[in-house]
Design a protein around this ligand. Structure first.
Ligand code: C2E
Ligand code: MG
Ligand code: MG
Length: 589
């Protein structure tokens, strides 16, 4: 048909709304499919459709009795129906000059009877129709039938509204969400060849951790309105581009690649000035990342690339960092390591404990061993505890690891105690372990199960254990002490040193960190520090142990400074059980 249906008077707005609803080319929806099926049954027609009128086509969001997904707009009956607010009834198409020559009338599906009810979402904006079609003409379509079809159409409208709000919108900011962002990136990736490349840009307005802090300190309402204030500012700066919220504090936008640099500068400029929020001038500490969607294999990877890069940028205090493939290697490796831990915990040969001797610096006698975790992964090889423990500490896996170490270590300690050895067994625990009473129960249970003498057991912890909840942690340490277990403060002199809590620690020993020990004899400042630490430990009644003794000179210096015990490669490296037992026998001999 050459003189097909005209465009609607508000065609641009109508099409914009259709796009915003994100319905075109989406998978079938079971509720909408039920409605078209009901239509076909109650009106006794072979075809019922939900047709969306796009630029040059009608696309069927739901179709009953029709095989094709779309037909050209200029043949669509529905393209006429969307002009009015009322149902369009065609009883016999060959008697209607608008349709007599229509290919859909002249050949399959040989339309004769058609009724289409416009789907009006917002005032005057009609996106398509719910329609019924038959190849047999009718004499009439009663007002009752019309009314029923109109009611079914309002169900269609409500369903479409619900789909667009629940699936694609972020309730807090009223912005399209991550799912919508991913779908849009996908659509952008399928644009015709030669279209200008696009850049996805993410703006993290304050960092999730900070946001949680604000929530805890000032409450949800304040935190959320603060986020909305940031959104408003961003939306203004980034207009006319569509702004998305892709995670708690992360907003995103797709812009022409050639304009990306300018857009980034604009955002930086905008946030350079404080934002007034509830009368408090507030400066957002924002970070930006960008990625060319073509750099990623899948649209979902675009989000991952943006998040990884923005986190890295924040970590390194950068305002802006563009994505590069190599940036992902470190986090992905970390992710692979984390994913492999559960398997390691259940496999019988990936994890093991090595034992490093601690000796009395004067007599040279063995006073204890420190159990150190080793992980031999079948593909990744040997993974250092300094790599996987800090990762596990951020997850619930740490407790399972500690549980494994406690079980293996205490079983071994029981075996050595039964053989008459008196050296102690030291086990390392993480701050998170001391966060709950579970740990106390577990250790108590194992001591009883293995008939252990608790005075031969030592727990090494670092002062970081006291950061989160110092009083509760101190109490748990007291409980361990009352059980008869010894307590060592590990890596002393680095990190968190709060003397207020230090004076309350029920510890028995203090381990001076390796960084002060390694080349002690060459650095007079380290000698001063070590001397003072020894003096302080004495005052508190702690034994002092130096870790990282790598030479005889350091050993002797420490002994002369009055340090009690020592541990280090020069004395012995951490060893598997059998090797350690051999080492022990060799010393006796
Ligand atoms: P840490 O508890 O301070 O353990 C001492 C670390 O220093 C060990 O590293 C040990 O092999 C190393 N070391 C000992 N003597 C020397 C020396 O003379 N020179 C040098 N350069 N290093 C020496 P490792 O086994 O790699 O463990 C590193 C850290 O991982 C440990 O530091 C501890 O914080 C953690 N870790 C190890 N096993 C466990 C565990 O079972 N549980 C927990 N929570 N953490 C563990
Ligand atoms: Mg240790
Ligand atoms: Mg240490």
């Amino acid at each position: 048909m050459s003189d097909g249906p005209q465009v609607t008077f508000n065609e641009d707005e109508r099409l914009n709304l259709l796009r915003e609803l994100c319905l075109l080319d989406t998978p079938a929806d079971s509720i909408l499919d039920s409605i078209t099926k009901v239509c076909a049954t109650v009106f006794n027609v072979p075809i019922a459709l939900i047709s969306l009128i796009d630029d040059h086509r009608q696309w069927f969001k739901s179709k009953y009795g029709l095989a094709v997904n779309e037909t050209p707009r200029d043949q669509a009956f529905c393209a006429y129906a969307i002009h009015g607010q009322a149902p369009m009834v065609v009883l016999n198409a060959i008697e209607d000059p608008r349709f007599v020559n229509n290919p859909l009338v002249k050949s399959a599906p040989n339309i004769r009877f058609y009724v289409g009810v416009p789907i009006v979402i917002e005032e005057d904006k009609c996106i398509g129709t719910l329609c019924i079609i038959d190849s047999i003409p009718r004499q009439a379509f009663s007002p009752e039938e019309t009314q029923l079809l109109v009611e079914l159409c309002s169900m269609v409208r409500e369903r479409i509204k619900l789909l667009s709000t629940v699936g694609y919108f972020d309730a807090l900011t009223q912005l399209p969400n991550r799912t919508r962002f991913i779908d849009d990136v996908e659509a952008l990736l399928h644009r015709p060849m030669g279209a200008e490349p696009l850049m996805s840009i993410a703006v993290d307005v304050c960092g999730e951790e900070y946001f949680r802090g604000v929530t805890k300190a000032l409450g949800w309402e304040y935190a959320e309105t603060m986020l909305i204030a940031a959104k408003e500012k961003l939306k203004k700066t980034l207009s006319p581009y569509t702004l998305y919220r892709i995670s708690t504090t992360l907003f995103a936008v797709n812009v022409e690649a050639s304009k990306a640099a300018v857009v980034v500068q604009e955002v930086i400029k905008t946030f350079a000035h404080p934002v007034e929020h509830q009368s408090i001038p507030y400066r957002f500490d924002m970070t930006i990342s960008s990625v060319l969607p073509e750099q990623c294999q899948d649209p979902k990877d675009v989000v991952r690339a943006l998040v990884t890069t923005v986190d890295l940028a924040r970590h390194h205090n950068l305002e802006f960092l563009p994505y590069e493939k190599s940036l992902e290697d470190a986090p992905r490796h970390a992710f692979n390591i984390l994913m492999a831990i559960p398997n390691a915990l259940t496999s019988c040969n990936e994890l093991s404990l090595h034992y490093q001797p601690k000796v009395d610096l004067i007599s040279g006698a063995l006073v204890g061993v420190e159990a150190l975790l080793r992980w031999q992964h079948p593909l990744m090889g040997c993974i250092a505890p300094n790599l996987f423990i800090p990762l596990a500490e951020k997850t619930a896996l740490m407790r399972r690891i500690t549980s494994w170490v406690l079980d293996q270590g205490l079983k071994q300690a029981a075996e050595w105690q039964a053989q008459g050895h008196t050296f102690s067994m030291a086990l390392n625990v993480s701050a998170v372990d001391l966060d709950s009473d579970q740990f106390l129960a577990r250790i108590q249970g194992l001591i009883e199960a293995y008939h252990l003498n608790p005075s031969g057991i030592e727990i090494e912890f670092t002062e970081s254990a006291l950061i989160a909840n110092p009083m509760a942690t101190l109490q748990r340490l007291q409980v361990l002490r009352h059980m008869g277990i010894s307590l060592s403060i590990d890596d002393f002199g680095t990190g968190y040193n709060n003397l207020y809590f230090f004076k309350m620690l029920p510890a028995t020993a203090l381990k001076i960190d390796q960084s002060f020990i390694r080349d002690l004899q060459f650095d007079p400042r380290n000698i001063i520090i070590v001397k003072s630490l020894i003096a302080m430990a004495r005052e508190f009644g702690f034994r002092v142990i130096a870790e990282g003794i790598e030479s005889e000179a350091v050993y002797k210096t420490l002994r002369d400074l009055g340090c009690d015990d020592g541990q280090g490669y020069w004395i012995a490296r951490p060893m598997p059980r059998l090797q350690f037992e051999k080492w022990l026998q060799g010393r006796k001999a």
